[in-house]
Every structure is written in structure tokens, then in C-alpha cells.
Design a protein. Sequence first.
Length: 230
Amino acid sequence: MVDFLSGGARGEAPVHDAATVVLVRDTRRGPECLMLRKTRGQAFGGAWVFPGGRVEDVDGTGLAGARRAAVREAQEETGLELDADRLVAFAHWTPPPEAPRRYATWFFLAALPEGASDVIVDGGEIGDHVWTTPAEALDRHRAGEIELLPPTWMTLHRIAAAPDVATVLADVAAGGVERYATRIAATDDGVLVALWAPDAAHEGGDLDAPGPRHRLHMDPAGWRLERHGG
């Protein structure tokens, strides 16, 4: 598993704005999403992610700047040209304070444009790409074949049941932007647990505290989402 918590300096690392876009297309197997494998030796190297990256000064600020960054990064990493106005914002992720690299990331969803050209990766920062159904990606992660980060896993889980792209787009648009301010705790046997509000353990870290649950158990035997109440 990608170790997204180790290697940090003392204190909290600065937070940088970032944006990513989940590109989806219809196939006979159901909706597929485009995933990229980051080459090792860089931030989150080896992980399979969606196209995206840091928001630069040229992009601007706020949600509009994030849209432009998502379009720019998608073009740089895949060669695909996207329309910023067609990106649907559906999540915003803030990393845990102990993370060595902290990117406050807007997640967008977009259908693959009609007539889009083939995906072209540079072989440098991005080592490979694949079109995959979300369920297949989750199964491969469960089997230990690929590495995912919690935001990627949660996104795949969110869209895995949709029968087609139109449903995916409608569902995320109706749900609005869900915000995830991540906190990390660990069970007695050392399993990391990602926590998000309104989980009862989100503030104090007591995994046994009574109340609502919104947490991801990152068990090496298989990650599991627990969400109820609140």
C-alpha cells in the first residue's frame, strides 16, 4: 500500500490546492473510468490515480481555478482536451495533518468528450494508464494488485453501482459537493482508519466512541467503508 503518512517533517506540512478529474465513458461492461499509474520516486509513486495535479498561479483561485487546473492537468497527462464548464464538482478532500504532502483537492467528474483522441501518457510522471470499471479497480486493489489512496478508493466506491455515465453524472450532481477533512486513527491491532465528519471519532480519535460512523478501515485484507448515522 502507498504509505501516504510517513516521511513528513515535524509539524504540519503546508497545504496546496489541487484538482483531479474522473473521466468516464460508457461501455458494454458499464461505465469505465480513466486511471493513471504514477511512476515511483515522486509523490504517491506507484499509486493508481485520476488525472490531476496542483493548482498553479496561471489557473487562478477558488473553484474556477480548480476547474482550469483539472483541464490543464488532464491535457498534460493524457493529451485529452476537456471543457471546464462540463466538469461536475462532487468532492473536496483535505488531507490529515500528519501527511508529508498535503493537497486540498477538488474532485470533478466528466464524460469523455465525443471524438476524443487516444490517451497519450508521457512515460515520465505517468507510467501507464487503463480504462477500468470502478468495481474491477476495487477488486484488483482488494487482491493486492494495485495501490490506491483513500480519496481514489472512496470515489470508485461511490460510482461503482451506476449502470451508465448519465446516471453517474446525475447522481454526483444531485449529491452536491461532499467535503472530507481526513483524520487518521489506528485500531489496537494496527489497522489504519480514515475518519470523516460526522464520525464520532473524528475529533477525539476514540474509535469506540458511540455515535455516527463515517470511516474507512484500511485493512490489508481488504478495505471496508463503515457509514451510518449522522
